[in-house]
Design a protein around this ligand. Structure first.
Ligand code: GDP
Ligand code: MG
Length: 162
């Protein structure tokens, strides 16, 4: 049985973009409108010869109408299904209340968590990630799903956590 990695985070932070990037196939639909993606949510992926399943919890459609409740439910699914959870946040927006809610749920699950600070597209944004230490989940990893930068360091940390 392969280990499972789950991407968690509020809408529009770039989970589907990172999912595609890690899968190296364009199989998840990326849309500019938050919360309207209809995504492929499972794929098989590999890094440095280590294989794993990848889940994009943002693509799981739930009956919830409250955004916070939906993100909570997605985090709970990730906790149940994943061996390692990647919390995706947005470098441009910074830490939001919703990020803090998810971080707290994940923290109490006692599973390995890696914080991916997406949309860190340039040097300045890559260096300006310290506020994400406040999530209490360890070192934040700056990445750009669009440009593909930072993916190696992120995935090194993910596979080390299996
Ligand atoms: P999701 O809702 O978390 O799945 O987010 P998406 O992957 O659908 O991306 C939401 C928006 O953010 C889209 O317009 C993406 O093109 C954009 N986006 C994703 N990753 C990056 C990134 O690394 N840099 C920038 N500048 N935009 C990104
Ligand atoms: Mg998505």
């Amino acid at each position: 049985v392969l280990p499972t990695v789950a991407l968690v985070g509020r809408p529009n932070v770039g989970k589907s973009t990172l999912f595609n990037r890690i899968a190296e196939e364009r199989i998840s639909i990326v849309e500019d409108t938050p919360g309207v993606t209809r995504d492929r949510i499972y794929t098989h992926a590999e890094w440095l010869g280590k294989q794993f399943n990848l889940i994009d919890t943002g693509g799981i459609t739930l009956e919830e109408h409250d955004l916070n409740q939906e993100i909570r439910s997605q985090a709970e699914i990730a906790i149940e299904e994943a061996d390692v959870i990647v919390l995706v946040v947005d470098a441009r927006v910074g830490v939001t209340a919703a990020d803090e809610v998810v971080a707290q749920i994940l923290f109490s699950a006692h599973k390995p968590i890696v914080v991916a600070v997406n949309k860190a597209d340039n040097l300045e944004q890559r260096q300006d990630i310290y506020e994400f230490y406040a999530l209490g989940l360890g070192d934040p990893y700056p990445v750009s799903g669009v440009h593909g930068t930072g993916m190696g360091d992120l995935l090194d940390q993910v596979i080390q956590s299996f």
